[in-house]
Write a protein that binds this ligand. Structure first.
Ligand code: IPM
Ligand code: MG
Length: 359
């Protein structure tokens, strides 16, 4: 069966890093016999430019008909002043919601070769391997009512709603427990149950789902403490599960622990295993077009896609091995180069492909 992939290059460095990821797909198809087909579509600012919409209807339809979506990055200063509905971020949020991609997996792995890149002491982060499971289609990002209204006295009031239904908590809990089962079987649920009712419910449901996974050791932390623990002793964590907004914040912290945000992939999955895969980093408009961006997070997103949506575990292992080999050979893009000796986006991509072809 052909695996259909939708590719959304997006904005800024998106098209440059996607170009390298497509080379990897081509190599997998031509040299490793994978039955892959793909098609590109505009998204984000590129969607606004092409069709006046950050998520054009045809792009969404293509994504919905594909087994997986590979996305570069969206956003740029030229789009910041557009009406809210046309901003690239809205396109991303609508894509997540339209495809019901409720489970967002964000690994924070410290590559041995890059141990010096972290701002933390090497002994605190050596061997770091955390998986953040972020709820992605609910919570305060989507809760109603929301808005900015003018009160009778003329003062304006902005408001959003933080809400979770039991069913939403249950499905992300199962996703987190299943992830923990594939790893070291430790799960820390992060909430604010000392203040928020919705967190009380969150905690109660995690406790009840836990009875179905007796091998997993479940713990709970308040989000303020969790953020402190993440920088104090990050290796205490295996899988961290949390809400949409807490996960947004904690995943940036976790990414920074590795010192190489240009290296980290992510997966956003729905109940059918369909997924959207993208690097954790943004569109980096300041370096767009210079050919210096790190394509490895996008290439590693391809590996996650092979594993989580396409069931091609062996190919996923190969892509990851090729990235490791390339790093071991000493190649570094500017973001991860300790000294001045950096290679281009293209050189890095070609090196990974060469390594992959030889595996
Ligand atoms: C992320 C980003 C998005 C989010 C923005 C761009 C809407 O920060 O994927 O973490 O807040 O979810
Ligand atoms: Mg974020």
């Amino acid at each position: 069966m052909t695996h259909k992939i939708a590719i959304l290059p997006g904005d800024g460095i998106g098209p440059e890093i996607i170009r390298e990821a497509v080379k990897v797909l081509t190599c997998l198809r031509d040299q490793h016999g994978l039955d892959l087909s793909w098609q590109e579509a505009p998204f984000g600012g590129a969607g606004v430019d092409a069709a006046g919409d950050p998520l054009p209807a045809e792009s969404l339809a293509l994504c919905q008909q594909s087994a997986a979506v590979l996305c570069g990055a969206v956003g740029g200063p030229q789009y910041d002043k557009l009406p809210r509905e046309q901003r690239p971020e809205r396109g991303l949020l609508r894509l997540r919601s339209s495809m019901d991609l409720f489970s967002n997996l964000r690994p924070a792995i410290l590559f041995e070769e890059l141990a010096d890149a972290s701002s933390l002491k090497p002994e605190l982060v050596a061997g770091l391997d955390i998986m953040i499971v972020r709820e992605l289609t609910g919570g305060i990002y989507f809760g109603q009512p929301r808005g900015i209204e003018t009160l009778e006295n003329g003062e304006r009031r902005g408001f959003n709603t933080l809400e979770y239904r039991e069913s939403e908590i249950k499905r992300i809990a199962h996703s987190a427990f299943r992830t923990a089962m594939q790893r070291n079987k430790r799960l820390c649920s992060v909430d604010k149950a000392n203040v928020l009712e919705v967190s009380e419910l969150w905690r109660e449901i995690f406790e009840s789902v836990a009875t179905e996974y007796p091998e997993v050791e479940l713990s709970h932390l308040y989000v303020d403490n969790a953020s402190m623990q993440l920088v104090r002793a990050p290796k205490q964590f295996d899988v961290v599960a949390t809400t949409n907004m807490f996960g947004d914040i904690l995943s940036d912290t976790a990414a920074m622990l590795t010192g190489s945000i240009g290296m980290l992939p992510s997966a956003s999955l729905n109940a059918d295993g369909q997924g959207m895969y993208e690097p954790i980093h943004g569109s980096a408009p300041d370096i767009a077009g210079k050919g210096i961006a790190n394509p490895l997070a996008t290439i590693l997103s391809v590996a996650m896609m092979l594993r989580y949506s396409l069931g091609e575990n062996a190919a996923a292992d190969k892509v990851e091995a090729a990235v490791k080999q390339t790093l071991a050979s000493g190649l570094r893009t500017a973001d991860i180069a300790a000294d001045g000796d950096a290679v281009s986006t293209e050189t890095m991509g070609d090196a990974v492909v060469a390594a992959l072809a030889s595996l």
